[in-house]
Design a protein around this ligand. Structure first.
Ligand SMILES: Cc1cc2nc3c(=O)[nH]c(=O)nc-3n(C[C@H](O)[C@H](O)[C@H](O)COP(=O)(O)O)c2cc1C
Length: 299
């Protein structure tokens, strides 16, 4: 079986340039997905604004921009600008379960009306310059919706269909429906990427002929070496976890972004002994200098 690719999941409010740059240095991730940006007819960004958005990201990051949209014209317009800016592939977010996104009929809401979904894809795909990757949930309310969702996507040629194996109603809690995924994903004519709770290399063990690879989010923050480990590659030449975590910590400390650090350290702490104690200790700190010092003292 061909080697599986590994993708870093988009995580709005958690992962941006410093994390992307640091994990690209570690290696093992074939593609890094940017958190979503809105593609809406009423607020079309200029190409310069789009280019600036990714300006802090190192050239060594193989970046895939992601758009959140329920409008084919806006999606195509922005995706084509991104293609002109040098991004050969764009992802369509059809999986976001958050209330204010779903209430505007975006993200996972698109999975609730499959006729509309088909019209949307039909209207966009012929006009798109970049390759199209789509990220979905296994269903909106139930994994039983998955076979019918796959049938709709089978009418189109995608670069890949990334499936977060939770329903939108589950948000990020509960277990992913791994078995329901395995039972139906083989019917996809498009290459499939599995996403959901991959925390170690042993979790990346799905055997399906059309499985292209794995997308990893939270597991990659707790263990940035997971891409290398899945591929059976050595981690000897990668930066140490201390280097990885302190570089990112210093970057946010310099910008006084303690909220972001506290979010990231929820996951970084899992790589160290006594994660709950470390996390509780860091949560109480209200000063960037102290935060950095405390992090240094952990190693
Ligand atoms: C804080 C947070 C932000 C997220 N932002 C995005 C996003 O911008 N776009 C997206 O498609 N998914 C987003 N997700 C979902 C993740 O990409 C991923 O599908 C989910 O975390 C499950 O994968 P994991 O178990 O490997 O973390 C987000 C998840 C979290 C927890």
């Amino acid at each position: 079986m061909a080697e599986k690719i590994v993708q870093l999941a988009p995580m709005l409010g958690l992962i941006d340039a410093p994390f992307m740059n640091a994990i690209a240095e570690v290696g093992g991730f074939d593609e890094i997905f940017a958190p979503y940006m809105l593609a809406d007819e009423r607020s079309m960004p200029k190409p310069q604004v789009l280019a600036r958005r990714f300006s802090g990201i190192s050239k060594s990051v193989n970046l895939v921009p992601q758009l959140l949209s329920n409008n084919a014209d806006a999606f195509v317009a922005i995706a084509n600008i991104l293609n002109d800016l040098g991004y050969p592939k764009v992802n369509w977010n059809m999986g976001c379960p958050i209330k204010f996104v779903v209430s505007k009929n975006r993200g996972a809401a698109l999975l609730r009306d499959l006729e509309n979904l088909e019209r949307l894809l039909d209207s966009a795909i012929g006009r798109l310059k970049p390759k199209l990757s789509v990220k979905i949930r296994i269903g909106f309310s139930s994994p039983d919706e998955f076979p019918a969702i796959i049938e709709v996507f089978n009418k189109f040629k995608l670069n890949e269909l990334i499936v977060h194996a939770r329903t939108a109603e589950q948000q990020y809690g509960g277990e992913p429906y791994r078995q329901a995924f395995i039972e139906s994903a083989g019917n996809s004519l498009n290459p499939i990427v599995y996403n959901g709770d991959i925390a170690c290399a042993a979790d990346a063990n799905i055997s399906l002929p059309n499985l292209k690879g794995y997308m990893i989010g939270r597991g990659a923050i707790a263990n940035p070496y997971i891409g290398l480990q899945i591929k059976g590659l050595s981690t000897d030449n990668a930066p140490t976890f201390r280097q990885f975590a302190t570089e990112i910590t210093h970057w946010y400390c310099a910008r006084n972004n303690l909220n972001r650090l506290k979010e990231l350290w929820k996951y970084f702490a899992k790589a160290l002994d006594k994660p709950d104690e470390i996390f509780a200790k860091l949560q109480k700190i209200n000063n960037s200098e102290k935060f950095c010092e405390t992090v240094e003292s952990l190693f």
